[in-house]
Design a protein around this ligand. Structure first.
Ligand code: GUN
Length: 297
């Protein structure tokens, strides 16, 4: 009798949806404790304009806040809102002791200076971790509020590889302020050896092939395939790209998932990987912000 061995091996799927649910359950318990101490964590979300994707994200954030018991306030402003009016709203939320977290959904309309807006948020309430005080603090390795998506990615990596990531070579593809740069800073804080590659990097493929951890955050559908991966690499796909495939609208990552599965040790799917973790860590940051502010009083 001939036995045909199937030597094809497949990576483990890193289930971000399940992990995010676990994180939310943990937060829910902590919120109960905080409320018992007389603190009701509260997140204010500000949305300017009518970008349909932003509306979906904000709805999701409000829904998850409700789930964990965090109070949420939603401020919708028209696309024509003057920058000064938005800054006034931020001042008002900064001054309100009952508000612990402030999130201004990006992107903002073109006539508004994004930096001016993000810098106006009190760093203690900056649950996005985008204020220069928090960016600098992270770079110095201080305990500050850190951006939600990369912080969620670290949790997925630790759940997969264990808490000690030290000495691993992490390659981050992309250098955005929202993901690439803070991701690199967080990996460095975990004592990884960190390389950032970007659109001007030569030999991206060869560099990626040396990665124990590969984080893709470039916004290029399926750019990373098996030929970019070292066997048993752990792959975190932050990309969310809407593409047309066989006449259908599809959501795909920056990694060719099916192809990468044959080489990687573990990989996040899109959707259901990093996405749900971002919102879970926004809730976590709101909780931390409430704790920090309670200590200050
Ligand atoms: N738009 C896309 N991602 C983000 C994010 O992480 N925070 C905010 N505020 N807006 C976004």
């Amino acid at each position: 009798m001939n036995i045909v061995m199937n030597t094809q091996r497949y990576a483990q799927m890193i289930d971000g949806k399940a992990t995010a649910q676990k994180v939310l359950e943990e937060i829910k318990i902590e919120v109960v404790g905080l409320k018992a101490a007389g603190i009701e964590p509260c997140l204010a979300v500000v949305l300017v304009g009518d970008d349909p994707a932003s509306h979906v994200y904000v709805r999701n954030k409000v829904e998850k806040a409700l789930f964990v018991g965090i109070r949420s306030l939603e401020y919708r402003m028209s696309a024509e809102t003057a920058q000064e009016v938005l800054l006034q709203k931020i001042d008002e939320l900064n001054a309100d002791a009952a508000v612990h977290g402030i999130l201004v959904q990006l992107p903002l309309p073109d006539h508004i200076d994004e930096t001016a807006v993000l810098q106006r948020i009190n760093p203690m309430k900056d649950v996005d971790g985008f204020h220069s005080e928090n960016v600098g603090g992270l770079s110095q390795g201080r305990d500050v509020l850190t951006p939600c998506t990369p912080t969620g990615c670290i949790r997925l990596l630790k759940d997969t590889l264990g808490n000690d990531l030290s000495g691993l070579h992490a390659v981050v593809v992309g250098r955005s302020n929202i993901v690439g740069k803070p991701m690199a800073a967080l990996l460095l804080k975990e004592s990884c050896t960190v390389t950032i590659v970007h659109s001007r990097t030569q030999n991206i493929q060869e560099i990626c092939k040396t990665a124990d951890i590969l984080v893709a955050a470039v916004g290029k559908p399926k750019m990373i395939d098996a030929s970019y991966l070292k066997p048993d690499a752990v792959v975190i796909d932050v990309g969310i790209n809407r593409i047309q495939e066989n006449g259908k609208n599809r959501l795909v990552g920056d990694v060719d998932y099916e192809d990468a599965l044959t080489v990687a040790l573990a990989i996040t799917p899109v959707p259901g990987g990093v996405g749900p973790m971002t919102i879970a860590y926004l809730m976590k940051n709101t909780l931390e912000a409430a704790r920090m502010q309670a200590k200050q009083i």
